[in-house]
Structures are given as C-alpha cells and as structure tokens.
Design a protein around this ligand. Structure first.
Ligand code: GLN
Length: 545
C-alpha cells in the first residue's frame, strides 16, 4: 500500500506538555500493530537548526538518531513505541527549513522568483514530508507539529498541512490533542479552551477529524456532545485520554475507544489484523511490578525554580524502566544533585547507601563535575553497581586516574585545559571545529562500531563481538595515557575498530562498574531492554542480596 502514504497531522491545543508526542507514537504503534508500515515525523517551530544547541532544562533531552542528527526527545518516544529506528529525515525545525530555502535562493535555484515565506517555506516542508514518507516506505505517517494551535510560530507548518489536504483530501487527517482543565474552585471540566483551539485551527483552514481529550479523568457524555456541536467533530471521534500512570498504556487505552479502526475507516481502509499481545504483556509487567529497585541518577539538569524536571534524562529513565520491568521490578529513581555533593560531601554516603545502583549520565561543562567524581569514587570503593554514560564514563576515568593510578589533578580538558594528566581530551579534528567557532552539529554524533574484548562485563552483557552505539560528545579518552591506566587495572573493554578510540571502560573485582563513551540509553526499547542496562539492573538486584 506504500505507494500512497496517508498523513495524520497531530496538533496541540490549549497548552504544551500534554503528550502530543506520546499520542503520535501511540497512534503509530496501533497502526503498526494492524500490519501497516508506520512512521512518525516531528516538526519543531524553533529557529535552532537542530536540537543540539538547545538547553536541556528548557527543551528536554537531545535525542540522537542512528544516522547522527540531534533531535527532539519525541523522536525517542517514536523509536520506543514503534520499536524501530527513526531516521534524521523525520525531524525538522523551522531553522533547518528556512536555512534550506535561503541556501537554495543563494544558489539561484528559484529562477529569479521573489522568494516568500508562503509558498516557499510550506513547499519545502511538504517536500521533506514526502521524502521521509517515501524513504520509510510508510503506509501511515504521523506528523507531530510542535507548539499549540493559535501560536504564531507554527502557522507556516499548518499552512503546509492545509496545502497537502487541499491537494489530496483523502490521504490527510487532522488530530487535535487538547487539554480540558478542571479548575479546583469550579470543580467542573471545562471545554471552552478547546473550543478556542479548534477556532484557531479553523482560521488556519484546518478542521480536526479527531479530538484527543487530555484531562485528569475521562470526558463524560454531556461534554462530548457539547464539544461535538461546538467543534464540528463527530462525538465518536472525540477520544478520552485521562491521566495514567504509565505512558505505555496509552495505545491500549486508545484502542479501548477503537481509535485505530476509526482512522482506517476514515481513510476507507479495512482492518485486517491486530497484534498488541507483546505490548499488552509488557504493560502488565510494568503495572504489576511492585518490588522496587532503587536507582540514583547523579546530575544537574533537573532544577528549575521550585520544580524538578526529569525530561533532560528521559531516555536514561526509560532505559532503567525497561530493564527493571523485565526483572519484575518497579524502578524508583532518585535525583541526586551533583552540586550538593560538592558543598556537602557527607550527603554522598547518606544518599548513596540507600540505593541499589548509581548512574552518572551525560553532561557538559564544569558545574557539578567534582560532585559527580566524588559519587563515582564512592561507588567504586564500596562496590555499588555503577553505570557511567558519556560524561559519566569520562569522569569515571578521571576518578580512576586520580585515585587509583596516582595521576594527581587528572582531568578532562573540558574542565581544566592545563591539567598535567589530560585523561580525556579533544582530538585534533575537534580542536579545529571548536577553534572555528562553528560548533552546531559538529560533535561525534550517531552510531559507531565498537569491538568488545572477551571476558569482560560488556561482552557478557551484549553476547556479541561487535556492537553499534550512538554518540554525542566532543571529548575522547586520551589514548596516549591508555597503557598506564590499563597497567593500573582499568579495563578497556570496547574499542572502535577504525579509529582505535576507547568506547567502554570497566573495572574488575567489582560487581558492575562500567562506563560507556556512547549513549546506550538511546537504543533501549520497552520490548527490547538494552543489554547494558539489563546487566546493570541485574547487578543492582544481586548486590542488594
Ligand atoms: N561533555 C562531554 C563531551 O563533550 C560529554 C558529553 C556527553 O555526556 N554527552 O565529550
């Protein structure tokens, strides 16, 4: 069927953060389970050319695709729900679209035409959507439009959607994900904000086919009817999406309202099969895992005012969950503040002794670094399972160099460019990039091969000789100091076969002490937990005994 892909545009109403990404990914999962090739695309309204230059506290995690694009965290949701890699073509920002159009104009490719926001920007968006659909051979393409209806910033994307619909109305559907507040003093669910969102969409020339109603509780019949009249959407096509405990329940809940069948019907397609068995089993395991496994994440990207946000580490958290559920455990995550450990080292023992394992995830810059190193030191000495991801691995090397190999003051040159022992350093190629100042999208990005050494934790976990894992970093393990570090007991268990770059380090005589230069968390899926996280959780459970 792939010769004629169908597009479903997913647009937000009322406010952000209500789960557009999860709704898109869940709908995609449902259509995939019915035997259709399905993919998801995200359009971000930012002028940043990619997500790599955005602050993780503001924008959440930067998710890296297999082919090395720095994207929005929703691409991670798509991969986890679809259980497939999503290529870089499936992500675009306003910045990247404008850049292409302007570059084309500079290359005289518009034949002297006056280049304008409309139609040239939507045309470039449409070109990209069609290309991504073609490359993935998808029957269905979910297109998540960032922002909310009525905003200035995503209008041009709605214009692209409208133009596509005009040309081919039978192959386009629109889905509004909207929020229904229940103000505590009123005590009633309000539909008015959504009515306004639909008006805003209408003024962009779009009429939603479905409304996904996000709220604390399911929408009741009187409100469905009212909304149906005021928004011109069939009551049957208003799908309740109340708050739930576990995001992976969403496809199952949507299916309780027969969303998949309703979509197929609108496209004039018949439902032939459905297979949500594996997914259902996974969700059950997740919901019924009661015994805890306690994991501490030592980081710095979670404080904003009075709130703690975990979005900067979403793939790490999801990877922990996938593996914990696999063991029938309920993961309890503790946010451990690296900067607090610098001010108050007493806290390290107090907090870390309560948990089963420690993760030091990726990071940048010097803030909080010494606190992380102290936490790693603690994990090494008292033999607490430790998993270091990217910066976490680099700092584990620094800790080992300083406290085991006697390299006083060892550091990453990211933190101290004058250190006597630059155990983590910039490669010549990266130095040039930093020097030129043109740094966007120039880290080591995407999947690289890694050969594993026999008789190591890494080899045992993966059970295979060569792996491919995703990177996002500028600094590298300094091979000039490899011999001396190895002679002091550091095990280099994974190396890139082409460049000789060190990809994994670990320690012997420790239940689990592993650091990876790459980000394994990007490849963990609920149906396929990542082998390293799996091994880490296993160690957490057995070291507790
Ligand atoms: N700051 C380190 C580097 O650039 C690690 C990056 C990361 O953890 N993703 O190499």
């Amino acid at each position: 069927m792939a010769s004629n892909p169908r597009f479903i545009f997913v647009i937000g109403g009322v406010m952000s953060g209500i789960g557009k990404g999860i709704a898109s990914a869940s709908t995609a999962r449902i259509l995939k389970s019915k035997g259709y090739r399905t993919t998801c695309i995200k359009i971000d309204p930012y002028l940043n050319v990619d997500a790599g230059t955005m602050n993780p506290i503001e924008h959440g995690e930067v998710f890296v695709t297999e082919d090395g694009k720095e994207t929005d965290q929703d691409i991670g949701n798509y991969e986890r729900f679809l259980d497939e890699d999503v290529p870089s073509l499936n992500y675009m920002t306003s910045g990247s679209v404008y850049l292409s159009v302007i570059e084309r104009e500079r290359a005289l490719k518009y034949d002297g035409a006056c280049v304008q926001i409309v139609p040239h920007i939507p045309e470039e968006v449409i070109r990209r959507l069609n290309l991504a659909a073609k490359k993935s051979k998808a029957d269905f393409v979910l297109v998540e439009v960032g922002g909310t209806a009525g905003e200035y910033e995503n209008l041009v994307f709605l214009e692209a959607a409208r133009m596509m619909h005009l040309k081919s109305p039978k192959s386009i559907l629109f889905m509004l994900i909207s929020y229904f507040p229940i103000p505590s003093k009123i005590g009633e669910m309000k539909t008015k904000p959504t009515q306004h969102a639909v008006r805003a969409l209408n003024s962009a020339g779009i009429q939603p086919d479905f409304i996904i109603a996000r709220s604390l509780i399911p929408l009741d019949e009187p409100r469905k009817k009212k909304l149906s009249v005021f928004c011109n959407v069939n009551a049957d096509d208003i799908i309740s999406a109340p708050d739930i405990d576990n995001i992976y329940q969403v496809p199952i809940n949507f299916e309780k309202e027969k969303l998949g069948a309703k979509i197929l019907k609108k496209f004039g397609l018949r439902e032939s099969k459905e297979d949500m068995r594996e997914w259902g089993k996974m969700v059950k395991r997740a919901l019924f895992s009661k015994k805890e496994v306690k994991i501490g994440i030592v980081g710095k990207y979670f404080g904003t005012g009075k709130f703690t946000l975990s979005d900067s580490y979403i793939s790490v958290i999801e990877a922990v969950k996938h593996s914990a559920w696999h063991f029938g455990r309920n993961p309890k995550i503790f946010w451990l503040d690296a900067e607090l450990y610098e001010r108050n080292p007493e806290k390290i023992k107090e907090e870390l002794s309560q948990i089963d394992g420690i993760i030091v995830p990726g990071g940048f810059g010097s803030r909080g670094v010494e606190g992380k190193i102290k936490a790693i030191s603690y994990a090494r000495k008292i033999k607490k399972p430790f998993l270091g991801l990217c910066y976490g691995m680099q700092l584990a090397v620094v800790e080992f160099a300083r406290n085991v190999a006697g390299m006083n003051g060892a550091n990453s040159t990211e933190v101290n460019s004058k250190t006597k022992y630059p155990v983590i350093d910039l490669m010549a190629e990266q130095k040039e990039k930093v020097f030129s100042g043109n740094m966007g999208g120039t880290m080591r990005l995407g999947a690289y091969g890694c050969r594993l050494k026999d008789k190591t934790i890494a080899k045992r976990a993966y059970g295979t000789r060569t792996i491919h894992e995703r990177h996002r970093h500028r600094y590298e393990f300094n091979n000039a100091l490899q011999n001396i570090l190895e002679s002091k007991g550091l095990v280099v268990s994974g190396v890139n076969p082409e460049s000789g770059l060190v990809e994994i380090v670990e320690l012997k005589d420790h239940p689990f002490f592993v650091g990876t230069q790459f980000h394994p968390e990007f490849k963990s899926r609920p149906l396929h937990p990542h082998p390293l996280f799996h091994e880490f959780i296993k160690a957490c459970l057995s070291s507790r005994k």
